[in-house]
Design a protein around this ligand. Structure first.
Ligand code: NCD
Length: 359
């Protein structure tokens, strides 16, 4: 049984297989309709969502499977104090596949540990959002054929944006050259930078304004300020409105650059760009459906993909509590914090749940 908790659960080969399948599903939907007949997908959404939940439901229904779930946890036993582990044990009897979105980093991993069906992370706090990264990579590959050699700028709230974390790591894995663009308080967290450097050999250029680098970018990926995730000691007013991609900025961009955004947008991506042929963000949200169709079919083993085992990762229990207050191990008391070693040679140790670096 396979889960998708972070993108590390899939090899590059498997990701490319999923993309081939997604392309086939996109162009020949009738061929694939029916392969999930009789199967149930549970959508456990503890946090607001439009695209992720609806595109997963659309994907399952297009394969003639069915969905059940919730989008308001206040109407579930969570409101009575049920743990994630117990919820997972329950739902595993009701569905063949689970998608979960939760505000704690590492929550999807906990569900995967306690479920007997494949679990997909639909976003865990400000940690990762692997299926968004799959839709993002797929969109680039369709427009540009490959990621290798492209210069990819990621601009906005890189500190708290889970889509930005997964996207950055995914681009590095496929050989893109990264530039991180963010005002100081919103720069990429150390755990992402450490993985980029030690697992993918990249030390991205970090700048504070998109204007400095716009003419070099093949892809410019913007995200919104994650206001709901800002810590209490950070004054949102100091960073609100601190970055914007608009037509004036895009005047200096390459004529074949791609403008990307995981959406929703608030005030960082001007509406005037919607008609710019370089805008790819609605394509990204549309591509999420075939990519999620292919992922569902692959994790359920329905399309006979040859999935290899995920890369070996050394996971050791450690008594030390995770220092990330939003880590699931600091909320669900039955969990033992675990340390994950990505690369024994360089000694990169991180919390296995939320990725926070451990010394
Ligand atoms: C993203 C998310 O939820 O992290 N949205 C999405 O799934 N497309 C980005 C965001 O909320 O800013």
């Amino acid at each position: 049984m396979r889960h998708l908790v972070t993108l590390d659960d899939l090899s590059n080969f498997e990701i490319e297989q999923i993309f081939r399948l997604a392309a086939g599903m996109q162009s020949q939907q009738e061929t694939w309709a029916g392969i999930c007949r009789g199967k149930l997908l549970a959508t456990l959404f503890y946090e607001p969502s439009t695209r992720t939940r609806l595109s997963f439901e659309s994907a399952m229904e297009r394969l003639n499977g069915r969905t059940l779930g919730f989008s308001d946890p206040r109407a579930t036993s969570t409101a009575k104090g049920e743990t994630l582990a117990d919820t997972a044990r329950m739902v595993t009897n009701y569905a063949d596949l689970i998608v979960v979105r939760h505000n704690w980093a590492g929550s999807a991993r906990v569900i995967a540990q306690h479920a007997h069906v494949p679990v997909i992370n639909g976003g865990d706090g400000s940690h990762t959002h692997p299926t968004q990264a799959l839709a993002d990579l797929y969109t680039i590959m369709r427009r540009k054929s490959q990621i290798q050699g492209l210069t990819v700028g990621i601009c906005g709230d890189l500190q708290f944006g889970r889509a930005a974390h997964s996207f950055s790591l995914a681009v590095a894995r496929f050989g893109g050259n990264l530039i991180h663009i963010a005002p100081k308080p919103l720069q990429m967290p150390p755990w992402v930078l450490a993985q980029l450097e030690q697992c993918h050999g990249q030390k991205p250029l970090e700048v504070e304004s998109v204007i400095e680098v716009i003419d070099r970018l093949d892809v410019i990926y913007v995200n919104r300020l994650q206001e709901e995730r800002l810590p209490a000691n950070m004054d949102a007013a100091t960073v609100r409105g601190s970055y914007l991609l608009n037509a004036a900025v895009m005047k200096n961009a390459k004529p074949d650059a791609m403008i990307m955004h995981p959406l929703p947008r608030v005030n960082e991506l001007a509406y005037e760009l919607d008609d710019d042929p370089r805008a790819a963000y609605f394509e990204q949200s549309a591509n999420a459906v075939p990519v999620r169709m292919a992922l569902i079919a692959s994790l359920m083993g329905l399309e006979q993909l040859i999935l290899t085992q995920p890369p070996e990762r050394d996971i050791a229990a450690s008594a030390k509590l995770c220092e990330n207050p939003n880590c699931v191990t600091n909320h669900e008391t039955y969990l033992t914090p675990e340390r994950e070693t990505f690369d024994a040679t360089v000694e990169l140790h991180a919390c296995a749940y939320c990725g926070n670096l451990v010394s």
